[in-house]
Design a protein around this ligand. Structure first.
Ligand SMILES: *[C@@H]1O[C@H](CO)[C@@H](O)[C@H](O)[C@H]1NC(C)=O
Ligand SMILES: *[C@@H]1O[C@H](CO)[C@@H](O)[C@H](O)[C@H]1NC(C)=O
Ligand SMILES: *[C@@H]1O[C@H](CO)[C@@H](O)[C@H](O)[C@H]1NC(C)=O
Ligand SMILES: *[C@@H]1O[C@H](CO)[C@@H](O)[C@H](O)[C@H]1NC(C)=O
Ligand SMILES: *[C@@H]1O[C@H](CO)[C@@H](O)[C@H](O)[C@H]1NC(C)=O
Ligand SMILES: *[C@@H]1O[C@H](CO)[C@@H](O)[C@H](O)[C@H]1NC(C)=O
Ligand SMILES: *[C@@H]1O[C@H](CO)[C@@H](O)[C@H](O)[C@H]1NC(C)=O
Ligand SMILES: *[C@@H]1O[C@H](CO)[C@@H](O)[C@H](O)[C@H]1NC(C)=O
Ligand SMILES: *[C@@H]1O[C@H](CO)[C@@H](O)[C@H](O)[C@H]1NC(C)=O
Ligand SMILES: *[C@@H]1O[C@H](CO)[C@@H](O)[C@H](O)[C@H]1NC(C)=O
Length: 508
C-alpha cells in the first residue's frame, strides 16, 4: 500500500506540469457567461455580460476583468453569477501572485456588455498554503447560504472556503485528506445545500466527495471503489486506498488522471453528470442517478467535437430546471459551445464575437484595433432574450430586491469598499418576499477586509462563525454505489434524466 501511495503521489507530481484549468462558465436567467484566462496576456477575459441565448466572445476587445489584486501567471479561474432583473452579476475566483485565493465581484453594464468592478478581496487568510498547481471550483448556494470555493493545498488535498453574508469568508478545512491528481476540480450544488466535488484521483479513478446531511464529507471513487467503500473528511491519508480487487463494471475511457477538463452538471431529476476530455481529446460523460455511477452514451462529433488538446480545459454550465447544459472548450482554435437544450443535443458552434465596444473613455481601455462596425444595437435574438430574461427574472425579483435592501443597509453601516462604479438603482419593496430555493443571489459580497492594492499586504479576515451554513442534506445513501451494468444504450422511452441526442443536419 505504501508503494501504491507513493506511486499516486508521484502521479500528482507529474500532473503538476500540466497547466491549471483556466476556463469557467455558468448560466444566468438570461444566458451563459464564460470566463477564461488568456495564456498570452494572463488577463481574465469574459464573454459579453449582456449575451443572451449564446455566449458572445471577443479574443481581443476590452472584455477583461479589471482587478486590483493581480492574478498569478497561469491562474485557474472559477466563477458564479446571476441575473438580478437589471443586469448580470459575476463573482469570480483566482489565485494571486502571492498564492492566495482572491474573489472579485462585478456588475454588468448591459449597454456595453462590460463588467464593472464592485470589489476585489483576498479570501484565503487563515487557510493553509495554496498548491502552486491548484485548481479552483466554486458553487453559489443561495443568498443566505452563500458561496463555497474549493482549492488544493500544498499536500494536494482539497480545501473549502465558506462564505455567507453573516459570516463573511472563512476557512473550513479539508473535504478529504485523500490525494488528487492536480489541478482539475469541479463542484456542483443542488437545492438543499448538498454539494458534490469531483477531481481526478489517479490514472484510473475520479474521486467524488459529497457533503452529507450529517455535515460530514464522504469521499468515494469511481469506477474502482475505495476500501471500506468511502472515506470521511477525518480519514487519514494513509488509511485511504482504492480497493484494487473489486471487479469494476466499467472503466473511464481515455482516462489517465491528468485531464484539466473536469466538470459537473445537475439536471432536474438530480442526476449528477461528470464531464471530462480524455487523452484522446474526446468528450466523455458519466452520470450518477440514485447514487449509482455509470458511463453515458457518447455523441458524434456533430454534437461533441474533438478538443484541440488531449486532456483539455473544459467549462460546464447548466440550468437545473430545464436540464440545459452548455460546455465550452477550444475546437480548431476557437472557443466553442456544446449544447444540450430542450432535452436534446444541438449542433455545436463556435462562439460569435459580440458587437464592437463603443470607443469611449471607460475604466477598461478599449483597443482601437477592434474592427469598427456601426451596429451597436442589440440583435433581434438579444431583444427576444430580454423578454425571456425579464419574465424569468421577475420570478426572483422580490427576493433580489430584499437582498439589495439588506446590502444597502449593510453598506450604510460599513464603508468597506470604494463606491461601486455603477449604482444598482433604487428599489423598494415589502419585507415578506420569498427566498429563491435555487441559485439566488448572495448580493454584494461582503468584504471582511479592506480592498487591496497591488502592493498592499494581506490583512486577517474575521474568524468564522460557529455554525455550519449547510442544512438538509441527503438522508439516504452515505456512499455512492455502482451500477450493476454500464449503461451504454439509451432507453427506448426517454427518461428525463438521460441526455438524449436527436439526429440533426450534419455541420458542413
Ligand atoms: C489571447 O490574447 C491574444 C493577444 O491579444 C489573442 O491573440 C488570443 O486570441 C487570445 N486568446 C483567447 C483565447 O482569448
Ligand atoms: C475489496 O473488494 C473485495 C471484493 O469486492 C472485498 O471482498 C473486500 O472486502 C474489499 N476490501 C475492503 C478493504 O473493502
Ligand atoms: C490514455 O490513457 C490510457 C490510460 O492511461 C493509456 O493506456 C493510453 O495509452 C493513453 N492514450 C494516449 C493517446 O495517450
Ligand atoms: C431512483 O430511485 C427512485 C426512488 O427510489 C425510483 O423511483 C427511480 O426509478 C430510481 N431511478 C433510477 C434511474 O433507478
Ligand atoms: C465511448 O467511446 C469510448 C472510446 O471509443 C468507449 O471506450 C466507450 O465505451 C464509449 N462509451 C459508451 C457509453 O459507449
Ligand atoms: C424552477 O421550477 C420551479 C417549479 O417549476 C419554480 O418554482 C422555480 O422558481 C424555478 N426556478 C428557476 C430558477 O427558474
Ligand atoms: C427550445 O425550445 C424553445 C421553446 O420551444 C425554443 O424557443 C428554442 O428555440 C428551443 N431551442 C433550441 C436550441 O431548439
Ligand atoms: C479620455 O481620457 C483621457 C485621459 O483620462 C483624456 O485625456 C481624454 O480627453 C478623454 N477623452 C474623452 C473623449 O473624454
Ligand atoms: C439533494 O438533496 C435533496 C434533498 O435532500 C435530495 O432529494 C437530492 O437527491 C439530493 N441530490 C443529490 C444530487 O444528491
Ligand atoms: C458490478 O456489478 C455487480 C452486479 O452485476 C455488483 O454486484 C458489483 O458491486 C458491481 N461492482 C462495482 C465495482 O460497481
Amino acid at each position: 500500500m505504501a508503494s501504491l501511495l507513493s506511486k499516486l503521489l508521484l502521479l500528482g507530481a507529474a500532473a503538476s506540469m500540466v497547466q491549471a484549468s483556466s476556463i469557467s462558465a455558468w448560466l444566468t436567467d438570461i444566458g451563459p457567461q464564460v470566463i477564461l484566462v488568456n495564456e498570452t496576456t494572463n488577463q481574465i477575459r469574459y464573454s459579453a455580460c449582456n449575451s443572451y441565448d449564446s455566449a458572445k466572445y471577443s479574443y481581443t476587445d476590452g472584455s477583461v476583468f479589471s482587478l486590483l489584486i493581480k492574478p498569478k501567471v497561469g491562474t485557474p479561474v472559477a466563477g458564479a453569477g446571476w441575473w438580478n432583473s437589471k443586469n448580470t452579476i459575476a463573482s469570480i475566483w483566482y489565485i494571486t501572485e502571492e498564492g492566495s485565493v482572491a474573489n472579485g465581484l462585478f456588475n454588468c453594464d448591459m449597454s456595453t456588455g462590460l463588467f464593472l468592478r464592485q470589489g476585489n478581496w483576498v479570501i484565503s487568510d487563515g487557510a493553509p498554503s495554496v498548491h502552486s498547481n491548484t485548481g479552483l471550483a466554486a458553487v453559489l448556494l443561495g443568498q443566505d447560504t452563500g458561496y463555497r470555493v474549493y482549492f488544493h493545498d500544498n499536500e494536494g488535498a482539497i480545501n473549502e472556503l465558506h462564505y455567507t453574508r453573516d459570516t463573511g469568508w472563512s476557512y473550513r478545512g479539508v473535504i478529504s485528506q485523500d490525494i488528487n491528481s492536480l489541478p482539475a476540480v469541479a463542484a456542483v450544488a443542488s437545492g438543499n445545500g448538498n454539494i458534490t466535488v469531483v477531481s481526478p484521483r489517479d490514472e484510473r479513478n475520479v474521486a467524488a466527495t459529497r457533503w452529507n446531511r450529517d455535515e460530514t464529507w464522504f469521499r468515494t471513487t469511481l469506477p474502482q471503489p475505495l476500501q471500506n467503500s468511502f472515506a470521511t473528511g477525518e480519514t487519514i491519508r494513509a488509511d485511504i486506498a482504492v480497493n484494487e480487487t473489486t471487479p469494476t463494471n466499467f472503466s473511464l475511457p481515455a482516462w489517465d488522471g491528468k485531464t484539466k477538463g473536469i466538470g459537473l452538471s445537475l439536471d432536474s431529476a438530480f442526476t449528477r453528470f461528470l464531464w471530462y476530455i480524455g487523452n484522446d481529446s474526446s468528450l466523455y460523460l458519466a452520470g450518477n442517478q440514485n447514487y449509482t455511477w455509470s458511463l453515458r452514451a457518447n455523441q458524434s462529433t456533430d454534437f461533441w467535437p474533438q478538443a484541440d488538446q488531449p486532456n483539455a480545459d473544459l467549462a460546464v454550465a447548466y440550468d437545473f430546471n430545464s436540464s440545459m447544459v452548455r460546455l465550452y472548450y477550444t475546437v480548431k482554435g476557437q472557443l466553442s459551445e456544446i449544447k444540450y437544450e430542450n432535452k436534446t443535443w444541438q449542433a455545436w458552434s463556435t462562439l460569435e464575437a459580440p458587437p464592437p465596444l463603443p470607443t469611449q473613455n471607460n475604466t477598461i481601455p478599449v483597443p482601437t484595433n477592434t474592427a469598427a462596425a456601426s451596429d451597436s444595437g442589440l440583435s433581434t435574438g438579444a431583444k427576444a432574450g430580454i423578454g425571456v430574461g425579464v419574465s424569468l427574472g421577475a420570478i426572483a425579483l422580490g427576493a433580489i430586491i430584499a437582498v439589495f435592501v439588506l446590502a444597502r443597509k449593510r453598506k450604510q453601516r460599513q464603508a468597506f469598499e470604494h463606491p461601486p462604479e455603477q449604482d444598482e438603482g433604487s428599489t423598494t419593496l415589502g419585507a415578506d418576499t420569498p427566498v429563491p430555493s435555487y441559485g439566488g443571489s448572495p448580493a454584494l459580497a461582503r468584504a471582511s477586509a479592506a480592498q487591496y492594492e497591488w502592493d498592499q499586504k494581506e490583512t486577517p479576515v474575521e474568524s468564522p462563525g460557529p455554525e455550519h451554513g449547510v442544512q438538509q442534506l441527503d438522508s439516504t445513501a452515505r456512499a455512492e454505489m455502482y451500477a450493476p451494468q454500464p449503461i451504454y444504450e439509451l432507453p427506448q422511452h426517454s427518461y428525463s434524466h438521460e441526455l438524449v441526442a436527436e439526429p440533426i443536419q450534419p455541420r458542413q
